[in-house]
Write a protein that binds this ligand. Structure first.
Ligand code: PDD
Length: 283
């Protein structure tokens, strides 16, 4: 079955989908994106992603190309046309096409692209069930990591460096030795005394939608939660560690650099929160 993409108002074969060479997303990374998890054909946390999308657009002063009401049927249609049961939807909005010049062009129409992709849910469970390794490295990003911008160069460099070290994710570390977040996920630990810790929201991290849901699930479990920074040293001594994102949901971390997390097996609470996530998203 061939994939279908949505590009500026039209559904087109994925292979032929394209934007102009002078799209500002292509030339300046002048745009934003969102990724929704899809489970059982349903978009997870649809509204939360909309809210973050609006915020990113407004911070970059990019005009919203479509209202939520007109976007919604497109998101559902792209899932349907691509027959995605489990997977993700990717949406990207850029400032639009205009002759290359740094200042914002006047009267430009934003470009919007939406794609959907299937992921094998069974394989994803097997993968998460084994846990993953992370490699720590300096956070080299800009000062507005709260904006979900398509400008991801430091993120992909970090992810690639992690991959070359045999790790699945990079944990980025600020100048004071504190973990900010993963290259495409939020970072969590459960301390020796059982406190669930994830970095507080600020311009230094992306406010993950999965993070929000996990905070809610943790409250339901009556876990003690602290939104604060934690150091690499504290993480290496933690009882558990895990990452969250719309792609990896809740995924246990079993190694940080060369150090096994606790006994080097996926932590029970991380596994329980993943189950909670799947259950809560299904309802
Ligand atoms: N990444 N932090 C960063 C830097 C991210 O890129 C992401 C998501 C997250 C988690 O956000 P959420 O829970 O809303 O997915 C945190 C997406 C999935 C990506 O770049 O593909």
């Amino acid at each position: 079955m061939s994939r279908i993409a949505y590009v500026n108002g039209a559904y087109v074969p994925h292979r032929q989908a394209c934007v102009h060479i002078e799209d500002r997303g292509y030339q300046f990374a002048d745009g934003i994106y969102e990724v929704w998890a899809v489970q059982n054909g349903k978009l997870i946390d649809r509204e939360g992603h909309f809210t973050r999308m609006d915020r990113s657009l407004s911070e970059l002063q990019i005009t919203k190309p479509m209202s939520h009401a007109s976007l919604m049927p497109v998101l559902h249609e792209i899932v349907r046309k691509n027959r995605v049961k489990d997977g993700l939807v990717y949406l990207q909005i850029t400032r639009g096409v205009s002759p290359r010049d740094h200042p914002f062009p006047k009267n430009v129409r934003p470009s919007i692209v939406i794609t959907a992709k299937s992921l094998n849910a069974q394989k994803a469970e097997q993968f998460a069930g084994k846990g993953v390794a992370v490699a720590t490295m300096r956070d080299e990003r800009w000062a507005r990591c709260d904006i979900k911008s398509v400008s991801l160069l430091p993120n992909i460099l970090a992810k690639q460096a992690a991959k070359e070290k045999g790790a699945y994710e990079a944990w980025m570390v600020d100048q004071t030795g504190m973990v900010t977040e993963g290259s495409s996920s939020n970072a969590w630990i459960i301390t020796k005394d059982g406190v669930l810790v994830t970095r507080n929201l600020s311009t230094e991290i992306l406010g993950g939608i999965t993070r929000e849901r996990v905070l809610m699930l943790a409250a339901e479990r009556q876990l003690t939660v602290k939104e604060r920074a934690f150091s690499v040293a504290e993480a290496k001594e933690a009882r558990e560690a895990f990452m969250t994102s719309s792609i990896n949901l809740v995924t246990p971390i079993i190694r940080i650099d060369e150090k096994a997390v606790a006994d080097g097996k996926p932590g029970p609470m991380a596994c329980a929160l993943r189950k909670d996530y799947l259950q809560s998203a299904a309802t």
